[in-house]
Design a protein around this ligand. Sequence first.
Ligand code: B12
Ligand code: SF4
Ligand code: SF4
Length: 301
Amino acid sequence: MMQAAREAVAYAAHSLGFSGIGVADAHAAQGTQLRDWVAAGCHAGMAWMERHLPARLNPDLILPGVSRVIMLTYEYARTDARETPGAIARYAQGEDYHKLLAGKLADLDETLSFYGGTQRCFTDSGPVSERFFAARAGLGWIGRNGLLIREKRGSYCFLASILTTLELPTDTPAANRCGNCHRCELACPTGALHGGCCDARRCLSYWTIEAKDAPPPDIAARQHHHLYGCDACQSACPWNSTASATAQRIDPHLLMPAPLRSLPPQALAEMTPAAFDHLLNGSPIHRIGLEHLKRNLGNMS
Ligand code: B12
Ligand code: SF4
Ligand code: SF4
C-alpha cells in the first residue's frame, strides 16, 4: 500500500512538472547547524528564523503524527542574469514560484489523501529545513555554497516539501561531491560563505531582497551589478555548467517576460508606483516594493 502511494505521488509529481522527488524520515536528526547559525546571529534581521526554530527542529509541531517529508525539485531559468536589467537572480525572473507551485502541491496533497494521509505542503513558505530534507531524501548534497546540488542538474531549482503522516519508503542520502573545490567561496563578492553556510549579514541576496534597512557601506560597495538577489555562488559551481540538457526544460511561467528583459536599468530608476505595479505584478520582485528596488539600483556600480 505504501509503495503504491509512493509510486502514485511520484507519477503525479512528474506530470505536474516537478523534476525530482525523494522521501526522508521526518524525524532524521538535523544536527546543530541551524541552532548554531541562529545563535551566531547569521540570520541577520530575519527574526522569523528564530521564532520558527522549535518547529524547524520538531516537525510534529507543524503536523502532529508526521512520518515522512516528501521533497520535490522544480527547475527554474538558467539564462545569464546579466542579460536582464541589472542582474536579477535567475529564480526571480519569471512568475512568483510560491503561487505557481501551491496549486501543484494541492494536487499532490489530494493524491496522498486518497491513501489515507494527512499533509502540510510548503515551498519556501514554512518552518521546514528544505535543503536538509532534500539531501536526506537523496535528491543531492548540500554544497559549500549551502545549496542543494544535483549531480546531473546542478542547483538551479526550487525546493518544495510535503509533510505527510503516511509511512512511505524512504530514499538513501547522496554522497557530497564538492571534493576540493572552493569556487563558490572565492566567487562570493562579500565573503559570506564559511563552512558550507551563508552568513546572511554579508549576503547580497539578503540585502537586496529581505533587509528592511540599507546595507552597511562595505556591503553596498560590493553590490556591483546585482539588482535583485545574487547567483554568484551558483554561477561559479561546476555542477551548474555541466548540468545535462534534459534539465533545461523550463516552465515558461518562470522565464522573464520580454518587456522586462529589454528595460534599461535607468527606466527602473524612474519608474512610477503605477508602472511598477503594472510591470512587476505577479513577479517575486514586486514583494520588495519600489523603494527597496530603487535603493538596490542606487548601490549598483
Ligand atoms: C533564510 C533563507 C535564505 C537567507 C539565508 C541563506 C542561508 N544560507 O540560509 C537568504 C535571504 C540570504 C537566502 C539567500 C538565498 N536563497 Co534562500 N532560503 C532561506 C530559507 C527560507 C531558510 C534557509 C535556512 O534555514 N538557513 C539556515 C541554514 C543553517 O539552514 P538550512 O539551509 O536548512 O541548512 C541545513 C543544512 O545546512 C544542514 N546541514 C548541512 N550539512 C549538514 C551535515 C549534517 C551531517 C547534518 C546533520 C546537517 C547538515 O543543517 C541545516 C539545518 O537543517 C530556505 C527555505 C527553507 N525553508 O529551507 C530558502 C532556500 C534555501 N533559498 C533558496 C535560494 C534559491 C536562495 C538564493 C540562491 C536566492 C538568490 N539567487 O538570491 C540565495 C542563496 C544564498 C546561499 N548561498 O545560501 C532555495 C535553495 C534551493 C537549492 N537548490 O538549494 C531555498 C530552499 C528556497 C526554496 N524552497 O527553493 N535564503
Ligand atoms: S548569494 Fe551572493 S552574496 Fe550570498 S553567499 Fe552567494 S555569492 Fe555570496
Ligand atoms: S562551487 Fe565547488 S565547492 Fe562550491 S558548491 Fe559547487 S562544487 Fe561545491
